[in-house]
Design a protein around this ligand. Structure first.
Ligand code: ADP
Ligand code: MG
Length: 260
């Protein structure tokens, strides 16, 4: 297995990933690589396994076979000599800290202000000093264009503003990798742009990102690669402009003809 370990500039490597839910075979051999600093966009019909794949990267689901590396480390396993040992909970938690995830639903803590939402994990999980975290949180709120909303509660924010707080909250943990699962799908159309702008700037600043999205404009402009998943496999992967304008597979063509 060491001979298949990813090159040092690879942030995520998936090799032959299979995932079952009971007897349902959901991921059927996923092979993918995301290089550091790159943005991979993932599209595909509902039920094709996109969320499950992201959740496997972030330890929210356990893979049944295959190998998954994040930042050179085997997800969920530790290697001693040539033997693999399953990680303890605490080690899994440590691995997860390096990965930020943003969901379709913003999941902010309703009883906390925007600032408190962002400060929570670095203080509670990482035990960082409050003042350091506060300064970072204020900087992040500025970065997502919400400096005036420091003291607002989620219920006082629009969906788009809540999602930008959710992004800032994930970034507060200083992740190496950001996973986005349809971050704009639940938003009113006029609120989508601001969220995509934040993500675009994050990409420009060099963040490694895997983005499940149906925003084809974003995929085309920001994505370094575009993956089309269907039925638990990667049907097609390539330069977003090429995949979108000249898909090589009939399944990709059928899907794109419905969404474009
Ligand atoms: P996508 O994000 O592409 O819409 P998902 O990864 O959410 O697809 O789901 C893929 C399939 O796995 C779906 O058929 C879904 O019903 C099933 N599935 C997802 N999570 C679970 C679960 N926890 N238990 C059982 N089935 C699940
Ligand atoms: Mg999904």
């Amino acid at each position: 297995m060491t001979e298949n370990a990813p090159a040092t500039d690879v942030m995520v490597k998936a090799e032959g990933i299979h995932k079952f839910f009971g007897r349902l075979h959901i991921l059927r051999g996923i092979d993918l690589e995301v290089r550091s600093g790159q943005v991979m966009c993932v599209i595909g019909p509902s039920g094709s396994g996109k969320s499950t794949f992201l959740r496997c990267i972030n330890h929210l689901e356990k893979i049944d076979s295959g190998r998954l590396w994040v930042d050179g480390h085997l997800v969920g396993y530790r290697q001693r000599g040539d033997k693999l040992h399953e990680m303890r909970e605490s080690e899994v938690a440590a691995q997860r800290r390096d990965i930020g995830m943003v969901f379709q639903r913003f999941n902010l803590f309703p009883h906390m202000t925007a600032l408190q939402n962002i400060m929570e994990a670095p203080i509670r999980v990482k035990g960082e000093p409050r003042q350091v975290v506060r300064e970072r949180a204020l900087r992040l709120l500025d970065q997502v264009g919400l400096s005036e909303k420091v003291d607002s509660y989620p219920s006082q924010l629009s969906g788009g503003q809540q999602q930008r707080v959710a992004i800032a909250r994930a970034l507060a943990m200083e992740p190496k990798l950001m996973l986005f699962d349809e971050p704009t799908s639940a938003l009113d159309p006029e609120l989508v742009g601001d969220v995509l702008d934040v993500m675009r700037r994050l990409a420009q600043d060099g963040m490694t990102m895997v983005v499940v999205t149906h925003e084809m404009g974003f995929a085309r402009e920001v994505g370094d690669s575009l993956v089309f998943m269907d039925g638990g496999v990667v049907v097609e992967e390539g330069d977003p402009r090429e995949v979108l304008t000249d898909p090589q597979h009939q399944r990709t063509r059928d899907f794109l003809s419905k969404v474009l």
